[in-house]
Structure formats: structure tokens, C-alpha cells
Design a binder for this molecule. Structure first.
Ligand code: XLS
Ligand code: NI
Ligand code: NI
Length: 437
């Protein structure tokens, strides 16, 4: 192929842990069955268009370092087409079944709303052809409501109604694009939906505006035939000092209050959970236990600082704990694992993008195999579930069923005397996990 953007790199294959080929999977074998499903179906891996094809390695201290061979001309719309060629070359060589995008990743903004819609539409048509030719599908679409200066005070929560309308225009077009491309989910990440200073902020008013905006977006989406999940992606801060969608628990309360709970689920990002002082597994669990785990943005933070570093996920312990939650949840479909992660500023070879994704996919594949073994370990099961056995029958069961009053509980305590000391067995459980790792 003469127009290749990743020359010299073939389709990435599974070669097993003994291979010395770094452009092969050691653990991710898409056809391998674990816990009754193929790896491909467990993960439904997706590539994040923004990090992999738009993020140029720039940071607050320096301009971009990544050379984009698809930036061939001075016309951003032409370049966007070349970028799409590169993206689909990458998806198919890596063998990921899905991708995700923001409107502005796929297509640059025009000088008016009409022009922006037209540019997006032309790129969507091209993406549709690519999807049909390659079988790669859209996991989710979203609108970038945080880059343009007009959104500096927020999008749906902006104090200026005109900005709210502009955000609505973008969401409408992004929903149209998502539906046309058969997107299985639609994401709202509230990039600047929060505040920098309470002194100039009416918090409840802003949150009510967000609720109303989301209800209208839902209604429009349903009216054009979108049947998938709407997803909110919690994040506590960055870029705003305080973001309204702080963490899973906060978002669930908001969805309930705003009458959105039947159409919305959560897209949990590992690095956002850790920014909120939770573990990745914690925020997954909060969502999963309420039946609201929609999808995952897979990445990793850094223990030594508090940024959204978006490292590729290579921590096996985190992956194992996440996969335990996933297995208990019965999977993630119609969501998936989207690599919302970026290669470092000084990772400048085209093949680095492959190494990064191979590492992430292998880490989760290994995490899945290990989590499955742990969950089938008799002692693990006995300890984890056996701790609650006193609620399985008798008065414990009655309590769960709402059949005991506070006085009755008091009387039971008076009758039974001081409870026995029962160990939580944390160290033993940790040892069982380590045995399988
Ligand atoms: C940023 C978010 C963003 C969303 C999509 O921190 O993770 O990338 O996933 O808007
Ligand atoms: Ni994300
Ligand atoms: Ni993020």
C-alpha cells in the first residue's frame, strides 16, 4: 500500500506470552473464551480518536512533538480526510472492533453552525464507508464542548443563554452523526460544566440547566431513533476547579433528581476515579451495583501527582480488580473499553501508538484471565460471600425484607449478647489474588 501511514507494520496477531515480537499480543487472543465469552466480546475495545489522531504531544510548556503525516495540506478539512484514512488503517491493523470520537476530532469547526454541520456531515459519510468496508464500529460519539473559547464559562451550564444554544447545536449535530454511524452509546463528559469560583456562580441554577439540557438531548436522540445508552462520564476537576459530575455516586444522585435515570448510565474513566480519591474499582462498583455501569474509559493516573495523566493502563493489579467488578456485572455490553489514553510527548515513533495499545489490551486480557481464576477460587468465594451469611435466613433475612422494627432489633441484641469477633480476612484475600497473579 503506497498511502500507508504506518508502513512496515502488519496486522497485530496473538502470539502468546513466549513471543519476542513486540508487535504481537501476548495475552489478548480475541477468539479465546474466558468465563463463557470470547475476549473480543468481553472488552469491545475502542480507540479514542482524539488522543491517537489529534493529540500532538503538546503540553503547557511546549508545542507538539508528534509528527502527523496526515497533515499534508494547509486545508484542515482535507487533512481531516487523510486523518480518517490513517485512523482506519490503525484500527484494522490493531484489530480493535470499535472507535470513539468528538465531533471536532473528526471534522474541524467551520465559520458558522451551518458550515460546521456540513463539514461534519462530509466526514461522517466517509467514516460510514470505512465502517462498512472494514467492519469497525462506533462505540460512542460525543461533542467537544470545552475547547472553543465560547465555552470558557461552561457549555450547558454557561451563565449566558446564547452559549447554551451553541452547545445544543453541537450536541444535535453530534447525535445526528452518532445515529448515522450506528453508534451504540452517546457520551457527555462535562469538561467545563463546573465552576472556578463560587463567588460568581449560582450552582443550583447551573445544575438545573444541565438537567434540562440533557433531557432535551435525550428527547432529540430518541426522536431520531437512537436506542443506545446515554452516558455521563464523571470527573471531579480539570479543567474546572470543581466539576459537577464529580464521581459515580454524585452523578447517580443527579440522574435521579433530574429524571434521567432511565436513559443514562455512566462511563467510568480510571484516571477520573483516582482524581476523585477513589480507586478505579470503587467507581466501577458504585455504578455496577446500581445497574448503571455503561462503559469504560481505560487509562491510568500517576501515584506521584494528581493530574489526568491519561497513561496507557499497564497496572495489572488495577486491571484484575476492575475485571472482578466486570465479571460480577456480567460484562459491559453495549459499552466497551475505550482507550482514553495518550502516548507520551517523547514517544514519537509511529509504532509507539501500537505498543501503547497492545500493552493496554494485553493488560486487561491478563486481568480477565486472572480475575476469572480468582472468582472461581473456593476460598475466595466462601470468604467474600460468606461474610454476609447471617442475612441469608432467620432474622437477618427478615431485616433485609423490612420486617423488623428498631425496637425488635434492640430486643434481638439484648437477647443474643455481645457478637462474636469475626475476621474480615483481608490479608488472606490479598494472598489469594497474588497467587493467581
Ligand atoms: C477528559 C475526558 C474526555 C472524555 C470525552 O478528561 O476523559 O476525553 O472521555 O469527552
Ligand atoms: Ni474520558
Ligand atoms: Ni479523562
Amino acid at each position: 500500500m503506497s498511502n500507508e501511514y504506518f508502513p512496515g507494520i502488519d496486522t497485530i496477531k496473538y502470539e502468546g506470552p513466549d513471543t519476542d515480537n513486540h508487535l504481537a499480543f501476548c495475552y489478548y487472543d480475541e477468539n479465546k473464551e474466558v468465563a463463557g465469552k470470547t475476549m473480543k466480546d468481553h472488552f469491545r475495545f475502542a480507540i479514542a480518536y482524539w488522543h491517537s489522531f489529534c493529540g500532538d504531544g503538546s503540553d503547557p510548556f511546549g508545542i507538539g512533538t508528534h509528527n502527523f503525516p496526515w497533515d499534508k495540506t494547509s486545508d484542515p478539512v482535507e487533512n481531516a480526510k487523510y486523518r480518517l484514512d490513517a485512523a482506519f488503517e490503525f484500527f484494522t491493523k490493531l484489530g480493535t472492533p470499535y472507535y470513539c470520537f468528538h465531533d471536532r476530532d473528526l471534522a474541524p469547526e467551520g465559520d458558522s453552525i451551518e458550515e460546521s454541520e456540513k463539514i461534519l456531515q462530509s466526514l461522517v459519510s466517509k467514516a460510514k464507508e470505512y465502517q462498512e468496508d472494514t467492519g469497525v464500529k462506533l462505540l460512542w460519539g460525543t461533542a467537544n464542548l470545552f475547547t472553543h473559547p465560547r465555552y470558557m464559562n461552561g457549555a450547558a451550564t454557561n451563565p449566558d443563554f446564547e452559549v447554551v444554544c451553541h452547545a445544543a447545536a453541537q450536541v444535535k449535530a453530534a447525535l445526528d452523526a452518532t445515529v448515522e454511524l450506528g453508534g451504540e452509546n452517546y457520551v457527555f463528559w462535562g469538561g467545563r460544566e463546573g465552576y472556578m469560583k463560587l463567588l460568581n456562580t449560582l450552582m443550583k441554577k447551573e445544575q438545573d440547566h444541565l438537567g434540562e439540557f440533557l433531557r432535551k438531548a435525550r428527547d432529540y436522540g430518541r426522536s431520531i431513533g437512537f436506542e443506545g445508552n446515554f452516558l455521563i462520564e464523571p470527573k471531579p476537576m480539570e479543567p474546572t476547579k470543581h466539576q459537577y459530575d464529580f464521581d459515580s455516586a454524585t452523578v447517580i444522585g443527579f440522574l435521579q433528581e433530574q429524571d434521567l435515570i432511565d436513559d443514562f448510565k455512566l462511563n467510568i474513566e480510571a484516571n477520573h476515579a483516582t482524581l476523585a480519591s477513589h480507586s478505579f474499582a470503587h467507581d466501577l462498583t458504585v455504578a455496577a451495583e446500581r445497574g448503571l455501569l455503561g462503559s469504560i474509559d481505560a487509562n491510568r493516573g500517576d501515584n506521584q501527582n494528581g493530574w489526568d495523566t491519561d497513561y496507557f493502563p499497564t497496572n495489572l493489579y488495577d486491571a484484575v480488580e476492575a475485571m472482578i467488578v466486570l465479571l460480577e456485572n456480567g460484562g459491559i455490553e453495549p459499552g466497551g473499553f475505550n482507550f482514553d489514553a495518550k502516548i507520551r510527548r517523547n514517544s514519537t515513533d509511529p509504532e509507539d501508538l501500537f505498543h501503547a495499545h497492545i500493552g493496554g489490551m494485553d493488560t486487561f486480557a491478563r486481568g480477565l484471565i486472572i480475575a476469572d481464576k480468582i472468582m472461581n477460587d473456593a476460598d475466595f468465594k466462601k470468604i467474600r460471600y460468606g461474610r454476609y451469611a447471617s442475612f441469608d435466613e432467620g432474622n437477618g433475612k427478615k431485616f433485609e425484607n423490612g420486617e423488623l422494627s428498631l425496637e425488635e432489633l434492640r430486643n434481638l441484641a439484648a437477647k443474643s449478647g455481645e457478637p462474636k469477633t469475626i475476621s474480615g480476612k483481608q490479608e488472606l484475600l490479598e494472598n489469594i489474588v497474588n497467587r493467581y497473579i
